[in-house]
Design a protein around this ligand. Structure first.
Ligand code: AHM
Ligand code: MG
Length: 336
């Protein structure tokens, strides 16, 4: 029986096209994939292994940590720190850059991740995910500090997410399109199932947390109002709405059938530019969406062009089907 193209085979074949590739990147991705399989297993076991529920602790953003936030962060660190490919790691769950312990060699890449995005969904058995971004260390083989991580999203070497849904999937871009792999649990391998994923340019589906409506800025309020007006309104078509509160599930739906996702800037807490974080949520998702033919913006600028100012910086996010994102951006321009 033929299993199809495994993720390992896919990555090695991709690397063959890159002159001077040493295999370091392939090895790094292999470790990352191991971490994702272990996390998938932990998420899937659920209440059987006592990992549900919250801890007393809060993360750097003042959010209550779930047990699985901490467990999955640990899995990412332990699986990726030892092999000598990284000069440092940063995560949603850690205040500071994680230095590679001195007993291990340093490498030329930086790994940034959200180990369990959408973790408020864990206790209710709804899809969650891991989001990651790989950058080049400005100085290879030297311990990286915060500044080294503050690179615009256009400099990402690789971005991806794992979705722990009804099946576990890994969706990946290395800057030449987007490919999706499904975990065959019995075989223990990710198999290429979604080659060259593309987001349709038009859509009739939008996603936003409408409980924040009274805090929205006028361009977003106008856009949503016009969608809700349906056939009789200025858009001349009926729209559908979804909100999973799990960005990975949301982006995966958009990659599969189109749509627009918004976590815009609002007036709820003026000290926060948005809810989602630039380095390990907005940037990797924006690279994936653009590589699949979609668009991603804050409403005012392309997310991937932003110069990050700090590790946990927040940013407004509007991403998905190209024509729809452009409509929202044009409403921001009109207001501005
Ligand atoms: P998290 O990293 O703490 O899980 O927060 C990010 C998540 C996203 O996955 C999701 O789009 C958003 O938060 C949902 O927010 P809200 O609960 O405000 O709807
Ligand atoms: Mg998150």
């Amino acid at each position: 029986m033929h299993t199809g193209t495994t993720l390992t085979q896919f990555i090695i074949e991709e690397q063959r096209h890159i002159a001077g590739a040493t295999g370091d990147f392939t090895a790094l991705l292999n470790d990352l994939v191991t971490a994702i399989k272990v996390i998938s297993n932990a998420v899937n076991k659920g209440a059987l292994v006592g990992t549900m529920g919250a801890l007393e602790s809060q993360n750097v953003q003042g959010e209550t940590q779930k047990k699985l936030d901490v467990i999955t962060n640990d899995i990412m660190i332990r699986t990726n720190e030892w092999a000598g490919h990284l000069a440092g790691m940063a995560s949603e769950e850690m205040d500071e850059v994680y230095p590679i312990p001195s007993r291990y060699p340093l490498g030329k890449y930086l790994l940034v991740f959200d180990p369990l995005d959408g973790s408020s969904n864990v206790d209710i058995n709804i899809s969650v995910g891991t989001i990651f971004s790989i950058l080049r260390a400005p100085v290879p083989n030297r311990a990286a500090g915060e500044k080294d991580f503050l690179q615009p999203g256009t400099r990402q070497v690789c971005a991806g997410y794992a979705l722990y849904g009804s099946s576990t999937m890994l969706v990946l871009t290395m800057g030449h399109g987007v490919n999706g792999f499904t975990l065959d649990r019995e075989v223990g391998e990710f198999i290429l199932t979604h080659r060259d994923m593309k987001i349709p340019a038009d859509t009739k589906e939008f996603a936003i947390n409408a409980s924040n409506r009274r805090f929205w800025e006028p361009p977003v309020a106008r856009y949503v109002e016009e969608c809700l007006a349906g056939k009789e309104g200025p858009r001349g078509k009926d729209f559908n709405m979804r909100w999973v509160a799990s960005m990975v599930a949301e982006v995966h739906r958009i990659l599969t059938r189109g749509g627009v996702f918004m976590y815009p800037r609002d007036t709820k807490d003026p000290s926060k530019a948005g809810k989602l974080r630039l380095l390990y949520e907005a940037n990797p998702m924006s690279m994936i969406v653009e590589q699949a033919g979609g668009a991603s913006s804050t409403g005012y600028e392309r997310i991937l062009d932003m110069q990050p100012e700090s590790l946990h910086q927040r940013v407004p996010v509007i991403l998905g089907s190209k024509n729809e994102v452009e409509t929202v951006v044009s409403y921001h321009r009109a207001e501005g």
